[in-house]
Design a protein around this ligand. Sequence first.
Ligand SMILES: O=C1O[C@H](COP(=O)(O)O)[C@@H](O)[C@H](O)[C@H]1O
Length: 245
Amino acid sequence: MASKVISVYENTQKLGAELAKNLSELANDVLAEGGNAVFKIGLSGGSVVSLLSEYLAKVETDWSKWRFFFCDERLVDFSDPESTFAQYRDKFICNLPISEEQFIKINPQLSVDEAAKDYIQKISVYFAPYDLPRFDALILGVGPDGHTCSLFPGHKLCEETSVWVAPISDSPKPPSNRITFTFPILNNARYCAFIATGSSKADILKRILKDGEQLPANCVQPINGSVQWLLDEAAAKLLQEETSL
Ligand SMILES: O=C1O[C@H](COP(=O)(O)O)[C@@H](O)[C@H](O)[C@H]1O
């Protein structure tokens, strides 16, 4: 049964500390299984990259056992600043005792269709054969139109149920070629953390969390997991009456 929690923090430092605590607990729980257990986390791009880069350093864990996937990725060369992997490489890897090899990356030299198929193959290695992958944690963002990953409002990919990772070649937000997790994989995760900070997110958060509009971010409801919205006060300013902690 999905559980949904909205958590509002005074500032991004407190939000980051709480996220780090949640991920420490989850990772330590998964890694306590021993053997070949690895903690599988999906990352998003956009504004969450800087926040994660700053605050995940506080997670107390065996970092060598983390594997980092991409909930969506832009199909551009890793030398392009639009590449989400490149942003993590430049801001995140340098802050933590981790290496590039722990990142499961797309192949940006392929066509967008082939890149999505190739990424499914790469993911499959980490999960039981034929099973729908169950990520331990997914870190998600929300765009000003309510998109999450590269699932945009009104786009046909929001209905996609036959593949875990889909290509998109007409993304309304550039760059146009991307690959993205689809709802079946998102809604099979153990823990989904949406992170939204700053007043530019206030309107869309009201539409999603107060008005309940059926935008893509609102369709992330893990069947057997939880979703937590971690917001700072500026982002939550139009929700405060109902959600203040
Ligand atoms: O294009 C993207 O946008 C969303 C939201 O990004 P933000 O900068 O508005 O927070 C992001 O979650 C996604 O991964 C990214 O590809």
